[in-house]
Design a protein around this ligand. Sequence first.
Ligand code: NOJ
Ligand code: CA
Length: 697
Amino acid sequence: MKSPITLLSIAILLSGCSNNSESLSSPDGDLELSFTLTSQGEPSYSAKYKGKPIVNPSLMGFEMKDGENLTDGFHIDSISQSVINEIWAPVWGENDSIVNNCRQMTVYLSRGSIKMDIEFRVFDDGFGFRYIFPEQATKHFTITDEKTQIAMTGDHMAWWIPGDYDTQEYEYTCSRLSEIRSHADDGFMSNVSQYRFSPTGVQTALMLKTDDGLYLNLHEAALVDFPAMHLDLNDSTMVFKSHLTPGPDGTMATFDTPFKTPWRTVTVGENATDILASDLTLNLNDPCALDDVSWIHPTKYMGVWWEMITGVSSWNYTDAENFDLATFDYSKAQPNGRHGANNEKVRRYIDFAAANGFDQLLVEGWNIGWEDWFGKEKDYVFDFITPYPDFDIKALNEYEHSKGIKLMMHHETSAAVDNYDRHMDRAYDLMNKYGYDAVKSGYVGNIIPRGEHHYSQKQVRHYLNAVKKAAEKHIMVNAHEAVRPTGLCRTYPNLIGNESAMGQEFREMSPKHVTILPFTRLKGGPMDFTPGIFKMDIASFAPDSQNKRATIANQLALYVTMYSPLQMAADMPEHYTAYRDAFQFIKDVPVDWKKSIYLDAEPGEYIVAARLDKNSDDWYIGGVTNDEARDYTLAFDFLPAGKKYMATIYSDASDADCFDNPEKYKISEMQVNSDTSTTIHMARGGGFAISLTPEVE
Ligand code: NOJ
Ligand code: CA
């Protein structure tokens, strides 16, 4: 699909190559990137913001199998520069149009018969570069290491999670870069596979703040056909080096020419809100590849889910042991009496979700195999098409459709990826047959086949292939435990969500987590964080589960502060019935936006965001704080001058507290305009949510 609004001007300037350096400035001139080929023929780059270095000279290139090192001995054949200036409209998003304005430079390098180009794009808010291997005599390349460096200019503060090839389900540590090593073992989870490649290895997107008060974010964009990149820090020199996720034979990636790697990116801002507002990752991805996007729609959903997560009911239908899917006879099996996805319960949830305006209802544990899914690393556990005896797939879909909403499919693969690939066509066809148009997939456990990692090249190909195949069948995908997103939702907008971080599932987490995720994980794309938990005293109904550390007002705010076109109301119907007036905000809040403004933020501390509904003139505001209570003065000066709005404010009660009194909130109304400001109390782990409706004059 072509961008509907395009103001594109491309000027190609082919320079001669008499010198070995070339610079490129951002459109506003504040950011300057320099490329240099050293006297040893090593490609390198550096960057300055307003004249001050932000990335020191950093080497580039790859180590190849058979000892061919693409790190030095290069010659510059030519350099070209051009300008991109366009406005494009996302299918869904934080804003209904996005400016893509940057300067581009391609350095055409050769080393004997090998050709490797480096393409740079410099925006006002950061830059990216990628390696391009054009068609050449050598067809096939095998990479054993990527040598790209990102040399920091100091011992910055960092919000980081450990380098792990298989999971991002960690809480973030905030420390100086020099302190990462001393936290090396923090936060490792015992129930997931883990591989920490170095005591100073971290994952992207990595959030940084310099002592000069500049904010930096390191990530990658358009991860296609390549392993995910981690960063390994030399904590004497403060130089990061790319560390690719290896495949089973220890090599990192293979490809045939022509080939382009993903972009390596650095976003920069003087305010923390600049990082939140940056569209750099999306802009570095290709335009939408789908001709017809009419079937893709932002979705608000509920689920027969929280009761399984908290242990109240089970995904499995029986408690059978020594289970073998191929021979097990469910018709003779003794049900365990705790199976969540049963006809009666699903109908009850459908009634509630439909009556409250939701689009879909996720049902997990609907299909056979859950008796044997976890921990045994079996190839064949699920077939993704056979319902349990007490889940009447035909009747439930008909019932759901009669109420004007849809069921959401669930495919837990148990990380048996080849098995999922073998069943994918039939699984998607079943969805088409019964009228499902969205699937939540999952990759819990060690990847089968063994030796592969969640973020290795084969897996990265699998996740995108699953999204592309789904697009052919008009299915939207929300993949959990898949590789962290890198803006591919621009190209494939049926990728409406990912987890790929610690969401609000199994564990108690620090209140600050939600003030960091928008600076890190969300820079690649939306997250299915599953907000909206109202009953915080989980031990009162599920003794084996951990309590959540958030207030109800904080949970409401997340629908605004954590952008996603896919938002769940994750709690159970009875917990919403108990707090109907607060639930109203979840019912009202849109999932698609005309305009978004990050009003105020500091990573790890607080975030305040305002968004304008795509389909009305209503604004919504969300504010969240960490484990510090604060009184926040909110100015409504972003509103159009002269217009009056009725504000409904959902905030923490004065005695609310995420540890001791999480369910206490108050709801008030006030008339506001662009001159109004008001002070709102946020409890520890608290926040506020506001809806603004224009007053009829
Ligand atoms: C992990 C997912 O993140 C969670 O949401 C899901 O319920 C379980 N896997 C079971 O598939
Ligand atoms: Ca998960």
